[in-house]
Design a protein around this ligand. Structure first.
Ligand SMILES: [Cu+2]
Length: 256
């Protein structure tokens, strides 16, 4: 399990973790813009208060338009612009579809674990059925054995991804609402039972990162963690090939 290293705290501070995804800098910049604007407005509000007190003392009268309507209009425009920009950043990972060539990975939350499924060599996920879900029988996701597309599907407990390639995650939940979160990837998206949600991103920096659950999903919520391993492209290809071969061997032994 990746843990927070003292050197990470020294290097990245307590404010934000390191940024290891392509879309991260834009989100961080927008967050900083929001914070600077709020700081600016706080200073301005106190300045106006001071000026207001002084003006009041001199009994000078300013028109109500200058005092109330104009600032209100300016603030409405400012916050509308910030909200629109935030919405565009948010939607670019969800409503704007991923590149058709993006790698597909399915993420499933369950009390209290994350499962990751790769479609295998046929690039298609097999059908799943809830009544077939059985961790004891090695089928935590309920993959239907009668669907040939599912024969080569690979299920892992760690999310392993190649650096520099776009990934399209499909999020599901088997029981309650879970919050899929990878802080260094600037990702956070709920997994809701009965629904699928898509979120796409491109990891850029190889390394090991934490995956958390950000919804209080039950008594074991505190231990609902996993690891995201971002590998250089060649290492990832080797990892995937090894997994695919192991899966093919397993399937041929089962069918014997
Ligand atoms: Cu959870």
């Amino acid at each position: 399990m990746a843990s927070l290293q003292t050197s990470d705290v020294v290097r990245w501070g307590w404010f934000l973790p390191r940024d290891a995804a392509l879309h991260g800098p834009a989100l961080d910049a927008h967050l900083m813009l929001n914070l600077w604007i709020v700081l600016g407005l706080a200073v301005l509000a106190h300045g106006l208060l001071l000026v207001g007190v002084m003006v009041r003392r001199r009994r000078a009268k300013l028109p109500v338009v200058m005092l109330e309507y104009l600032p209100l209009l300016a603030l409405t425009a400012l916050f509308a612009w910030l909200a629109t920009k935030s919405e565009q950043l948010w939607a670019s990972q969800r409503y704007v579809g991923a590149d058709p060539a993006a790698m597909q990975v399915e993420v499933t939350g369950e009390q209290f674990a994350w499962y990751f499924r790769y479609p295998g060599v046929d690039a298609a996920f097999g059908r799943t059925k809830l009544p077939l879900v059985s961790a004891a029988e090695g089928n935590s996701l309920g993959i239907d054995p009668t669907d040939p597309k599912g024969k080569d599907d690979i299920v892992t407990s760690q999310l392993v991804l190649p650096a520099g390639r776009e990934v399209d995650l499909t999020l599901r939940s088997l029981d309650v609402i879970h919050g899929f979160s990878a802080p260094e990837m600037r990702l956070k998206q709920n997994a809701v039972p009965g629904q699928t949600a898509h979120i796409h991103f491109t990891p850029t920096v190889p390394g090991e990162y934490a995956i958390l659950c950000t919804q209080v999903c039950g008594l074991g919520h505190y231990r609902m963690q996993s690891v995201l391993r971002v590998l250089p492209a060649k290492e990832f290809d080797a990892w995937l090939t090894q997994r695919e071969l192991a899966k093919a061997r397993f399937e041929s032994e089962v069918s014997r």
